[in-house]
Write a protein that binds this ligand. Sequence first.
Ligand code: NAD
Length: 719
Amino acid sequence: MKEATMNDPAWTYLADRDLTLGPVSRVEPGEFTHWRTSRDQDGVFWAVIDQQGSGTNTLSQAVLEEFSRILDLIEQRMPKALVIRSAKRDGFLAGADIAEFRDVDDEAAIRERIAAAHGVVDRLAALTIPTIAIMHGYALGGGLEIALACNQRNAVDGTRFGFPEVQIGLHPGLGGTARFTHLCDPIEAMSFMLTGKSIHDRQAKRMGLVDAVVPERHVEAAIAAAVRGDLDQAHQGLVGRIKDSAPARRLAARQMRAQAEDRAPSRHYPAPYALIDLWEEHGGDLDAMKQAEIASFARLMLTDAAQNLIRVFFLRQKLKDLAGKDAGIAQVHVIGAGAMGGDIAAWCAWKGLRTSLSDVSAEAIGAAVGRAAALYEKIAHGDRLKIRDALDRLIPDTAALGVTSADLVVEAAPEKAELKRKLYADAEPRMKPGAILATNTSSIPLKELREGLERPERLIGIHFFNPVSRLDLVEVVTHDGTDEKVAARARAFVGHIGKLPAAAGSAPGFIVNRVLTPYLAEALTLMDEGVPPEIIDKAATDFGMPVGPLELADQVGLDIGLAVAEMLKRELDWPIPDAPQWLRDKVKARELGKKTGKGIYVWKDGKAVKGHTAKRAAETSNMDLADRLILPMVNTAVAVLREGVTDDPEVIDAAMIFGTGFAPFRGGPIHYARQRGAGEIVSALNDLARRHGPRFEPDAGWSEGGRFEEDGPIAHETP
Ligand code: NAD
C-alpha cells in the first residue's frame, strides 16, 4: 500500500487507497501469466490473481492450471502462510469461465475435467499452513469455492458474495456444495445456493461464510493476526451439525423442494432439485458430497435447461456489449411524471445522473418523488447516504428549466402524437445543441413524431418497460433519419444506467409489444370461447412463462394492452382477433387490472385472486392451449426478423426474455423454434390455421429461410 507522507497534499489521506497486494516489488519473475506470486519478509506467500486480458478474474482452465503449479511451489517450500487475493480493482473472482461450459456434449469428459479441478482445490484445502483468502468487491461461484477451501476468509468492507450457478441451470461444482454446508448452518447455506442471490459482507459474517470484515487499510493487520492464529474462525456449531443429520435433512429437503417448486418448477429447472438431492443424500459427509457433486454437476451441464440458460447469460452479455461506452450524458430531463416518466427519472437519479422532472401537474411530480423514495428504500440495503444522494439528484422542476441544460430529454407524456409534437416544439429550441431528444412512446411511429422538428436526426425512441426498476430491457428505436451517433449515445446511456439496450427499427410495436400482442390477443379469444382464465394462464406457466398472459395483461393495464393491440391491427392490417366488447367495457369502467384493483382478475395485496377453477387448472395440462398461445408469438418473432425490425435473431430472443420474462430456459422464441424444429412448428401453425383461422398462418419468413436458419454465433466473452 502506498502510504501518504507528511509531504503529500492533504487529499492523499482521503483518496482511495491502493489494494494491499503483498511485496509486489519482489514479484517472482515471469513464471505465470495470470498470477503474481511473491513472498514477504515474514515468509508469507502471496498468490495474487490478475487474469490477463480481462478486467474481471474468472476461474478459467488456464487460471486453475497455473494455480496448480503455484500449489506445487508451496508444497515444496512450505511458506509460513498463503494469502490469495485479486489484483483487479473491482473484485476477487467472478467464478468459472462460463464460455468453457458452452456447446459441451460429453458427460464423461466434463466429469473428468471437474474432477481434475476438484483435485487442485482439494490440494489447497489440504495445506497445513494458514491459508487466507482476502476478498474485496465480489466473490462469486468458483471464486467463493476457492475461498471456502482456505482456512481463513477475510472480506474487505462492501464485498458481495454469491453462488449464482442455479441461474444458469447448475449448482456449485468445485466442492462448494459440500464445504459450504459443512462450514455454516446447512439450511442457510442451501437457501443461499438455491436462490442464487448475493449477500453483503455483514450477512456473510453473520452466517460464518467469512471470519472477518475489515477496511482495506487493515488488511495487512488482519493477515498478520490470521498468521498468528489470533482471529476466530467460523464453525458450523452444534445446531448446524444437528441440522446436517440424516433425519433433519430429509425433513428440510422436503420443504426446500416445495419452496423451489413455486419459484422454479422441477420439470423446467432441474438444478435446484439436484442440489437438494445431493445434500439430502450426502450432507454431513464432506468427501461423499464432493464426489457426488462432480457427477451431478456434469449431468446438469448437459441438460437443455442449463445450455439454454447459459445461452441467456451470453445474450445478456451481448446486449451489454452492444451498449458501448461514452454516452456523454451527465444530466437528464424527463417530461411527464406519470407511471413511466416518474420511474425513469427515479432510476436515472439512482444511477448517478442529475435528473430534473417536469409535468403539468405538480401533484404528479410529488407522487413520483414519493415513489422514488420508496424504491430507494427498497434497493439501498440500508445505505442512507446513497438514498440521500439519489434524492438530491432527482430535481422536481415544474417550470421545466432542466430542458435547457440536459444532455438528454426524455419525453414520457400521454400517448397522443399531437401532444408529444407540441411538447417537442416547445422543448427543442431550448435544448443544448448536442442534446438528444428521446420519446418513451410505446406505439407512435417516430416518423409521425419527427414532423415539425428542426433537427429530426436527434430524435430517438428510448422505450422502457413497466416496472422500470425491475425490467432490464430498453428498446432503442431509430427512424430512417436518426443520426447513428445519436443512436450509439442512446445505447450507451441505456448501458450506463444498468439496462440492456435492444436496437429496433420504428415499426409498429417495435420488437416486444409486436411479438407479445398476438399472445395476449389469443388468450382473450380463448376466454371468449369459455376457457376459464386460470386454465389459460396455467397453460402458459406450464410452458415456462413467469405469469400467464391474462395476469400479465392485468399487470400491464388493460387500457394500455388494448391501445397497443388496436394500433398494431390498424398499422399492420394484421389478422389478430378483434378485442372483445367486454374488454372495451372494462376499460371504460376503469377496470384496468392491477393498478385499479380489478381487471380480468380481482387484485388483492398486489396479487391476482384466482377463482375456484384454479384447482381444476392445477390438474390440467394442455399442450394445444400452449401452442395456441406460444406459436403466434414465435410466428411473429419470425415476421419481425423478416421485416428487418432487427436483423439479429438473438436480439429478439434477448428482448423477449429480458423485456417480458419469456421462459428463459427455452432460450427465447427463435431459439425455441430452432430447438423444436422449424418444420414441426410450421405444420403445427398450419394445423391451427385450419382449425381456428388465418391468424395462425405461418409467416413468409419461415419459407424464406434466411436469417431464421442461421444460428449466428454469440459473443464468447468471459463474464
Ligand atoms: P401517465 O398517464 O401515467 O403519465 C403521463 C404524465 O404526463 C402525467 O403525469 C401527466 O400529468 C403528464 N402530462 C400530461 N400532459 C403533459 C404536458 N403537456 N407536459 C408535461 N406533462 C404532461 O402515462 P404513462 O403510462 O407514464 O405513459 C407515458 C408514455 O410512456 C406514453 O407514451 C406511453 O405509451 C409510454 N409507455 C407506457 C408504458 C406503461 O406500461 N405505462 C410502458 C412503456 C411506455
